[in-house]
Write a protein that binds this ligand. Structure first.
Ligand code: PLZ
Length: 475
């Protein structure tokens, strides 16, 4: 769709200090009207966004390493999305799919049934947010199995609604003061290769795990023990992220997810793969479970599914999905027509495979620039991730003492220089990279150079290198 706006230059540009005066004024106004309950990564107000750039109200152009938390993968003003959504806006905005039907809902379901892992007959239910998809997966699994318990994992994140808060591991900020939580949620060990909860004997003197396979085996044994303690026959579902997102971009030890698949099958537990952050091309395959060669009985999508128009999905085995009584699932906005059109545009964008290739080259470039920092500094414990879902964990060499202070300081320096990084992790000591899959190579490398310089400076206890010195090519 042609735009009345001039194209947004794909280059970093600092017009003012960040945040600039207009952002500061708007933030002050926000504070007078908006609850203090929302946190903020960077108090900058955005005017426009496209490709790898966020342009703020002061005219600064920031490099986007966040994609609105893994949402705007095909760009925040993608022409296909604009065209489809605008055309839908002219026809109608809403009917409620439980009142009268529209075809795009079916088409989105059909695509997801065809493209999610698993060579079996599927059905899909659409909702609006990720948390809703998780909640509904639990409802469907309970209804289909007649069981109630839900197994979740250390370092998991599944949302902010009451059930999903219960399923989320981290107390602050997600759960603090919000209990009591729904019961029947049991937590098991995950298989974090850097910090194995269950495999201390596989760690050598430097704190480096001896073998990923050992970590996976120990975690799987612990999962079996947890199930045995609570009665495996009482579990409806086991819910896991293929790469744990908010928990720290943790790629599970090799074999862990395959092992979970086997355990779930053995006990008749529904395996729910929460692909809300890792799915829709982010890791270089359409769904991250493809890297592990497994298929969930249900796969959850949201975030990048509709490029920022709220849409989420539960896709699963037809027998499970159809076990629910008619009228048991729904929601006023579930599968809203504007969101379905946006999703159809996203599917078109993925058709020729370029975006998946982009995700893989993003990984190669970031690895080239950032991975050497593990050896070059004493504070980068790990560079990890897949495709365009990448992270650096900051911790002291040897002790692995988490260094949230460094992640925070490095992020702040990136922000000051016009690179929007996000932190995450149970200990808050991880910087994650979630660039849009459409970011240009030159722009991406500029952002990486800024991040790299900030890490080198902070690791050496040096003041910030100026923007000019770090990257003379500022537009
Ligand atoms: N499952 C794996 O990553 C959302 C949360 C940001 P909603 N992650 C970003 C925040 O602080 O609220 C997420 C996820 C996984 C579920 C969810 C929940 O998705 O759309 O935020 O409800």
């Amino acid at each position: 769709m042609t735009s009345s706006l001039t194209p947004l230059p794909q280059s970093r540009h600092l017009a003012t200090a960040i945040p600039g005066p207009r952002s500061q004024a708007l933030h002050a106004e926000r504070q007078a009207h908006v609850t203090d309950g929302f946190g903020i990564a960077l108090p900058v107000f955005i005017d426009r966004a496209d490709g790898g750039i966020l342009q703020d109200v002061d005219g600064n152009r920031l490099i986007d390493f966040a994609s609105g938390i893994a949402v705007t993968s095909i760009g925040a003003s993608n022409p296909r999305v604009r065209e489809r959504v605008a055309a839908q806006l002219e026809r109608f905005t809403h009917t409620c799919f439980m009142v009268t039907e529209y075809e795009s809902f079916t088409q989105v379901a059909k695509w997801l049934n065809e493209h999610t892992p698993g060579d079996f007959e599927k059905r899909t239910a659409l909702f609006s947010t990720g948390a809703e998809a998780v909640e509904n997966a639990v409802k469907i699994a309970r209804s289909a199995t007649g069981r109630s318990k839900v197994l979740v994992f250390d370092e998991a994140y599944h949302g902010r609604s009451l059930m999903t808060m219960a399923m989320t591991a981290k107390e602050t900020p997600y759960r603090l003061n919000f209990g009591p939580f729904p019961t029947e949620v049991v937590r098991a060990a995950s298989a974090n290769p850097l910090r194995p909860a269950t495999a201390t004997n596989t760690t050598n003197d430097d704190g480096v795990p001896a073998s990923g396979a050992d970590v996976a085996a120990a975690a799987l044994a612990s999962v079996e023990a947890t199930l045995a303690e609570h009665g495996p026959e009482s579990f409806a579902a086991m819910v896991i992220e293929p790469i744990q997102g908010e928990g720290g971009f943790i790629v599970p030890a090799p074999g862990f997810l395959k092992g979970l698949r086997e355990i779930a099958t053995k006990h008749g537990i529904v395996l729910v793969i929460d692909e809300i952050q890792a799915g829709m091309g982010r890791t270089g395959t359409l769904f991250a479970s493809e890297h592990e060669g497994i298929a969930g009985d249900m796969t959850l999508s949201a975030k990048a599914l509709a490029d920022g128009v709220p849409l989420s999905a539960v896709t699963g085995r037809a027998d499970l999905m159809n076990a629910v009584h008619a009228g048991g699932l729904g929601g006023t906005y579930a599968g809203n027509p504007l969101a379905c059109e946006a999703a159809l545009a996203v599917f078109e964008a993925f058709e020729d495979g370029t975006l998946l290739t982009n995700a893989r080259s993003i990984e190669a470039t970031a690895r080239e620039v950032l991975e050497p920092l593990v050896a070059e500094t004493d504070v980068v414990a790990e560079f990890r991730g897949r495709g365009a879902m990448l992270a650096l964990e900051f911790a002291d060499r040897g002790t692995l003492e988490p260094r949230a202070d460094l992640a925070k300081e490095i992020s702040a320096r990136c922000h000051a220089q016009g690179v929007l990084t996000l932190t995450c992790g149970t200990h808050g000591n991880v910087i994650r990279l979630l660039p849009p899959l459409v970011i240009g190579d030159e722009l991406f490398r500029d952002g990486l150079a800024v991040l790299r310089q900030a890490i080198v400076d902070v690791a050496a206890g040096r003041d910030a290198t100026t923007a000019e010195a770090a990257a003379p090519a500022l537009a």
